[in-house]
Design a protein around this ligand. Sequence first.
Ligand code: SF4
Ligand code: SF4
Length: 122
Amino acid sequence: MGGFKLGKMTLGSLFKKPETVLYPVEKKEAPAGLKGHIVNDVDVCILCGICQRRCPCAAIVVEKPNRKWTIDKFRCVQCGTCVLECPKHCLSMEPGWPAPSKEMYIESVDVPEHPKPMKKVS
Ligand code: SF4
Ligand code: SF4
């Protein structure tokens, strides 16, 4: 019985389209519901550090004096906590996979100074 099933599967796979693609020439569409990867809109970020404190994997580092926001995507498990907790809503889950890499790396972005709001003169 098992041998019959296996034979049927083997024969069937001879006539099926392969599941694999010729990456990087061909790319697979991200499936619906894929959490993707974290992106920070640095023009809105205020370097408050809440994302760093809430991340269960210690994947985020916020350096306020140097105005740097850093994420180690190899530690991130795409739980989405930082996105939910960010008070400025500048973190989002971009659909699609992070770019493949031969080496582990840490992504760091410079957060620009935001102009202070003008004071009202009465
Ligand atoms: S919680 Fe949001 S605003 Fe605060 S440092 Fe993180 S990304 Fe920036
Ligand atoms: S998605 Fe989760 S694991 Fe990834 S950086 Fe945000 S809080 Fe950390």
